[in-house]
Design a protein around this ligand. Sequence first.
Ligand code: HEC
Ligand code: HEC
Length: 288
Amino acid sequence: MPTKLLKWSWLAASAALLLAATAQAQITSYDERDRLNTDSHIGKYTGHATNAKEDYRRYCVGCHGELGDGNGEVAQWLDPKPRDFTLGIFKCRSTPTGTLPTDEDLFNTIARGLDRSNMPVWNTFTKQQRADLVAWVKHFSPRFQKEKPGTPIEIPAEPEVTPERVKAGQDVFARVQCWKCHGVEGMANGPSASTLTDDLSRPILPYNFTDGSRPKCGSTDQDIYRIFMTGLDGTPMPSFSDNIKPEEAWDLVFYLRTLQPHNTFNLKERQIAKQLGLKPVNPNAPAQ
Ligand code: HEC
Ligand code: HEC
């Protein structure tokens, strides 16, 4: 290589190194100490961030990392990746899309774990430990200093399941095109399924209603309602609160139950689907 070029490439290389060093410095100089007084409030429990330091070191740091940025030692082997807490973006929320979760949302998430991921079910902590961990998780993101959590969406009382409601739910499923990702039979094989990526450009699959796995953010009727009305932030799973009315949302929950494998919690919906001779929605039907 001519010396002149060599010199330039050396310069470029050191500039790149310098840039990398600055980026590194930005992460490590992040002023965690300002936020160590973060707390959480869940019912009668008040959590204090600093009280969770030990538990976090012991149980969470290997995946979520010292700085909460999701870069723990084992993160490279995991898919999906551990959450980067510094972003303040969470899948499981009772609050509208784009807003922060409530303390209770995080509290419930930690105990529930996230199915189809390496995030374990943490059912050995006391409630106090869990409340402290919530405060610790929050302290990693400046968002919690600047913003309040969103107001949880209202969920009307669950109506009685009827054949009309199951059919109406199927119409909603067709109209708002859940099937584009989840597939007409809920098997996660819709036309868009293979193209989906999360907000950090990593491939992600839609939920498969038929494989018996648990939805990440809870499996009760209320949880399912909440999932599609608030969306899973950071993923292509959107919020449908602008497209689906509250009564219709219950219809849709009942229809989704007909897609799930035989179980005791959805016997009634499946029986109705059978009686109605319900066929999967037609993806080629003209848009309504
Ligand atoms: C073995 C790895 C692993 C360990 C240990 C672990 N997590 Fe996670 N965690 C994950 C992964 C992976 C995700 C993302 C899962 C996904 O996006 O589906 C996650 C996500 C989360 C989320 C975000 C949930 C949401 O709604 O987006 C929280 C909060 C969380 N973990 C808290 C904790 C806490 C607190 C601990 C320690 C008590 C812990 N995690 C330990 C792997 C781990
Ligand atoms: C643009 C694609 C897309 C559309 C449209 C879509 N989803 Fe999803 N959905 C996803 C993805 C991706 C996930 C998985 C997210 C994850 O694993 O973190 C998901 C997950 C879910 C889950 C399970 C969440 C969990 O916690 O595991 C439910 C329930 C769900 N979707 C229902 C619906 C319903 C009902 C509709 C229509 C009203 C719909 N989805 C439309 C992409 C989509």
